[in-house]
Write a new protein. Structure first.
Length: 266
């Protein structure tokens, strides 16, 4: 498996500095948070996109995914959401990223069936555009669809190879799923896996990998046992927790912890 970290852990940091961190601490790739407050987002013009792609290539660091904020199950009109997904797909194509992350974002006033159908309709439409660009859309286990079983309700309706799953291990755990259950649901559609650690279900402040309660060893074990050879991406949510320790000083211990788990499960 290859190791990456998300720029959510170093909010607003220039891309050159992000790539320097990845290189210095032994990571193979980065997940780029695609938000207007970040250096890389869908509003970049073609010249800037070319510069970003060249910088990634020169550093030898892969961009595994563009983490967008399109909420595909959210109430409202379809077209704005589909347009947002298409803009993320264009950005991913231009940067050489294989994946785009989208969120479910179902509303409290929707029935699960309505949220599922809304997400599946939008993802099915966007899938054809994704296929033309050679990029996959990944629905993250999150918010209204936090478990693998929840995500599979949508993915089963879509039934398109360009639409898959992003397994956020915190949300499936908070949803009451064991890693073996999440893997069984998501494995046919799995794009990559976001790892993290937290103190408890009541305190989701980010912690160094291995310092919290999330079953990371079980996640790595089930992935290894089934021969999965994709990305593990550390999503350290510093952006939302100002008091969390800075990520740069944790990157090497985090990589070492994941490497140890991989060796133990080999």
């Amino acid at each position: 498996m290859k190791l990456a970290f998300s720029t959510l852990g170093v909010p607003g940091l220039p891309l050159t500095d992000v790539l320097a961190l990845a290189t210095a601490h032994g990571y193979h790739g980065v997940e780029l948070r695609a938000h207007p407050e970040e250096p890389v987002h869908p509003g970049l013009d073609p010249a800037r996109r070319a510069d970003v792609a060249a910088g990634l290539k020169a550093a030898g660091i892969e961009v595994l995914g563009v983490a967008g904020y399109a909420r595909v199950a959210a109430p409202g009109a379809d077209e704005p959401v589909i347009d947002e997904v298409r803009a993320l797909l264009d950005l991913a194509r231009d940067l050489g990223a294989p994946f785009v992350r989208v969120l479910p974002g179902g509303g409290a006033d929707q029935s699960p069936e309505e949220a599922d159908a809304t997400a599946a309709r939008r993802l099915g439409t966007a899938a054809e555009y994704a296929a033309d660009l050679g990029v996959r859309i990944l629905l993250e286990t999150h918010d209204s669809h936090r478990t693998g079983a929840d995500a599979m309700r949508v993915l089963g309706l879509v039934g398109h190879r360009q639409v898959g799953a992003l397994w956020d291990v915190m949300h499936t755990w908070l949803g009451g799923e064991q890693p073996v259950e999440s893997h069984a649901a998501l494995s046919p559609h799995l794009g990559y896996v976001q790892v993290k650690d937290i103190a408890s279900a009541d305190d989701t402040s980010p912690l160094p990998l291995g310092a919290g309660v999330l079953p990371l060893a079980d996640v790595v074990e089930v992935l290894s046992r089934h021969g999965w050879d994709g990305w593990l991406c550390w999503e350290y949510e510093k952006r939302w927790y100002a008091d969390a320790a800075p990520l740069p000083g944790l990157l090497t211990p985090g990589r070492e912890h994941l490497t140890r788990l991989l060796n133990e499960s080999a």
